[in-house]
Design a protein around this ligand. Structure first.
Ligand code: GLN
Length: 298
């Protein structure tokens, strides 16, 4: 029989041989999951032997991870902004940088709860549902996505969080949101350039392609979004986006051309300019026609 420590060591080595960068951490988390304990509890039980009933499911999980299936899919849940969410192949795995997007919205853009919020391309729902829980019942959040399957997962997460101030809508971009106006639109749209595909880590194959890629340069959906968003914003409404590395200058230009003001891109914790934000000012009065006479006036 193997002890917990021996299992941890041999599993780590095996995952390393499969090219998993975070082999030891992943093996610890798989053990914690199987034994239903915390990491600290795991350390205090290192000498404890594991029986076959505990080892068999662990072997299955290890095999999946060795095939580079993401740990989050194997565990089935992920922590996001201090809450637990379900995650699976129906939507993009929530990433830590997206927690930073929520933080920017909550601490920089909206000290008071906005009445109407849209999470465009909600996926698992982490952004919209987190904002629903943090803003509370004074806000109403619409979580929109083109994918029926993703919305099934959003619904499951809505129930898990127990938030009521949320509705879900299947919509290809803004197509099903005619005449709606929001005070805040948040979006983590697909932004990975198709041209990057061959160089990406194996785990990304498990995210839906629909949630990752957006044309050769990754900006197809952001181009469409920046043009359409103004029609769906109340005066002084704000947008907050997540984008990829090296995209911020182009996205700031798109926002500028669409007529947004107060354009500012926040960096993520790695220093990448990751989160463009902007405001839609109240429509300007059209300029009064000039009354000056020119020599050609009769
Ligand atoms: N941050 C993700 C990645 O590069 C992509 C998320 C997205 O396209 N919205 O792995």
């Amino acid at each position: 029989m193997k002890t917990i420590l021996e299992t941890l060591d041999s599993g780590t080595q095996w995952l390393q041989s499969k090219g998993v960068d975070t082999a030891r951490r992943d093996m610890q988390l798989l053990l914690c999951h199987q034994l239903e304990c915390t990491k600290i509890q795991l350390y205090t039980r290192f000498d404890q032997p594991l029986d076959e009933a505990q080892l068999a499911p662990l072997r299955d999980m290890l095999k999946r991870r060795g095939q580079r299936e993401p740990l989050q899919h194997i565990l089935g849940t992920v922590e996001f902004y201090r809450r637990e969410f379900y995650t699976d192949a129906r939507a993009l795995i929530p990433r830590p940088e997206t927690e930073e997007l929520c933080e920017i919205v909550l601490s920089e853009l909206h000290s008071a709860s906005p009445a109407r919020v849209l999470d465009m391309g909600t996926g698992s729902g982490v952004i919209g549902l987190t904002l629903a829980a943090e803003f509370g019942p004074k806000s109403h959040i619409t979580c929109a996505d083109i994918s029926t399957k993703a919305l099934e997962l959003t619904q499951k997460n809505k129930q898990l969080l127990g938030v009521e101030n949320v509705d879900l809508i299947e919509s290809d971009s803004f197509s099903q949101l005619a005449d709606q106006r929001y005070d805040l639109i948040v979006a983590n749209l697909p932004y990975v350039p198709l041209s990057d595909k061959p160089t990406l880590e194996a785990e990304l194959d498990y995210d839906p392609a629909l949630a990752l890629y957006s044309g050769q340069d990754g900006l197809d959906l952001l181009r469409e979004f920046t043009q359409q968003a103004p029609q769906f914003l109340n005066p002084n409404g704000k947008i907050a986006l997540e984008i990829g590395i090296h995209q911020y200058q182009e996205v700031e230009q798109l926002l500028d051309r669409a007529g947004f003001s107060s354009i500012h891109t926040y960096s993520d914790l790695s220093g990448i300019q990751r989160f463009p934000t902007a405001t839609w000012q109240e429509a300007q009065e059209p300029e009064a026609p000039s009354t000056e006479h020119t020599p050609l006036t009769d």
